[in-house]
Design a protein around this ligand. Structure first.
Ligand SMILES: *Cc1c(COP(=O)(O)O)cnc(C)c1O
Length: 393
């Protein structure tokens, strides 16, 4: 039994590539080449040099003293918030822009909801001097003005998606249409462990630098590479996949995934995909997703823009249904309270996505000698206005 993808991109029954015939040449070119390219010594060298000097890796593994005291267990924080651009997303976009270059691509497209993945993509396109078009729903463009400005400043073109609900799924449709029309020169950078094979596996491999570092850092600090539990928030699932990757088949290590319950799992306003989802196809992949009786995708809700996704990557659907992972849903209120607590106990303001992971202690007890690693996926600067409004600061 392995919890990794097989050659066809399946994690148990989930994954695969459910794509229109016209997209087949694009994903096929990537599928045939991605592992070989990632394993080339020159690729590895360039990837790791940029992670070190541009992103600022390795990110620290920090023992959170006061948080550990409060919850009477040993809590380490993996500081992805200290990556350039303020979150883990750049690990993946650096990897994919290097992949695009190796495949001879001269143009990048991406879709974005809250704008975080758009910014991470625009950043690496500026770094490499490659043309970048980011599709974004018209409604999201209005809601996320600072990230739109960042993308423009970085030289990207932000193209509004004007159809449907004018949000993320419509931007995704536009990006796919663009890719079908430009199969030769364009690479589509997907921002999480979602989409058709090979994207979930490729993105997980790029993000796996997180668990690779945890292993050696924990060995140095605790004399063992294995924590008792790894904890991460899950939107599409890329920061979680990176945190779990080197431990997936190591049953000594517990895996905990935290999803957004919004205003409550059964409130009709949530993004608790594992609790509410049924098997279906989204974004070219078979996975768990929130849908109506007749299979229409339900509009998700969370106070955190990065967890506001109706599906979950196929790796996580498999971790959930197989029982390998423990899935817990946390409400907006629990997350916001946890975010404030971490700010005041550790002097670190987390992204609201990450605050969901910190709310685990409202749901779960740990033993005094348990070693926990919580992935601190991003910093909270981007969320300051939401924190201000919520706490009336
Ligand atoms: C985008 C984002 C997430 C959610 O995306 P995943 O693919 O599930 O990791 C989580 N945390 C932060 C800080 C983000 O920006």
């Amino acid at each position: 039994m392995t919890y990794n993808a097989n050659e066809k991109g399946y994690y148990g029954q989930f994954g695969g590539a459910f794509i229109p015939e016209m997209l087949y040449p694009n994903t096929e070119e990537l599928r045939q080449n991605y592992i070989q390219i990632m394993e080339e010594p020159s690729f590895k060298k360039e990837f790791h040099a940029l992670l070190k000097d541009y992103v600022g890796r390795p990110t620290p593994l920090y023992f959170a003293n006061r948080l550990s005291d409060k919850y009477k267990t040993k809590i380490y924080l993996k500081r992805e918030d200290l990556c350039h651009t303020g979150a883990h997303k750049v690990n993946n976009t650096i990897g994919q822009i290097l992949m695009a270059k190796r495949l001879g691509k001269t143009r990048i497209i991406a879709e974005t909801g809250a704008g975080q993945h758009g910014v991470a993509t625009a950043t690496v396109c500026a770094l490499m001097g490659i043309d970048c078009v980011v599709y974004m729903g018209e409604i999201d463009i209005a809601r996320q003005a600072p990230n739109v400005a960042r993308m423009k400043m970085l030289g990207a073109e932000v193209r509004p998606a004007l159809s449907g609900s004018r949000t993320l799924k419509d931007a995704t449709n536009e990006a796919i249409r663009d890719w079908i029309n430009n199969p030769v020169d364009t690479h589509y950078i997907i921002g999480s462990v979602v989409g058709p094979h090979p994207y979930p596996d490729m993105v997980a491999r790029f993000q796996s630098v997180i668990s690779e570092e945890i292993q050696s850092q924990l060995l140095e600090k605790e004399g063992t590479p294995n924590p008792d539990y790894l904890i991460a928030c899950v939107g599409g699932g890329s920061n979680a996949a990176g945190t779990y990757y080197h431990y997936l088949d190591n049953m000594d290590v517990g895996i905990i995934a935290v999803e957004a319950a919004g205003k409550g799992i059964h409130s009709g306003e949530s993004a608790a995909t594992s609790a509410l989802g049924k098997v279906g196809i989204i974004h070219g992949s078979k996975t768990l997703l929130m849908q109506t009786q007749d299979g229409q995708i339900t509009e998700p809700y969370s106070i955190s823009a990065g967890l506001d996704y109706p599906g979950v990557g196929p790796m996580h659907a498999h971790l959930y249904t197989s029982g390998r992972g423990e899935f817990i849903s946390v409400t907006d209120d629990e997350a916001m309270t946890a975010g404030l607590l971490v700010s005041q106990l550790e002097g670190i303001i987390p992204a609201i996505e990450t605050s969901h992971a910190f709310a685990i202690f409202d749901h779960r007890k740990f033993k005094p000698d348990d070693i926990l690693v919580i992935n601190l996926s991003g910093r909270g600067d981007k969320d300051l206005q939401t924190y201000i409004d919520y706490f009336k600061l």
